[in-house]
Design a protein around this ligand. Structure first.
Ligand SMILES: [Zn+2]
Length: 77
């Protein structure tokens, strides 16, 4: 007797916000729940090396621009 688990995709917790997210091919941002969380995680360490005294922290506008850049640079899946 064999069991299939195709109806139940693996779920992982987003490292950023802990939202449960299905680990499927439909989610190119796994293990993150969304593009934003993935970028936030990326920005977390990028901020460490790019921090400049007097520079304001990355805000929503910068984040959106960064997302646009990444989308252009990354192959679509
Ligand atoms: Zn998330």
């Amino acid at each position: 007797m064999t069991e299939t688990s195709q109806d139940r995709p693996l779920e992982v917790a987003c490292p950023q916000c802990r939202t449960k997210v299905a680990w499927t091919a439909d989610n190119p941002y796994r293990p993150f729940c969304s593009k934003r969380c993935r970028l936030l995680d990326l920005g977390a360490w990028a901020d460490e090396s790019h921090r400049i005294a007097g520079e304001p922290a990355m805000d929503e506008t910068d984040l959106d621009r960064l997302i646009d850049d990444l989308e252009r640079g990354e192959p679509r899946q």
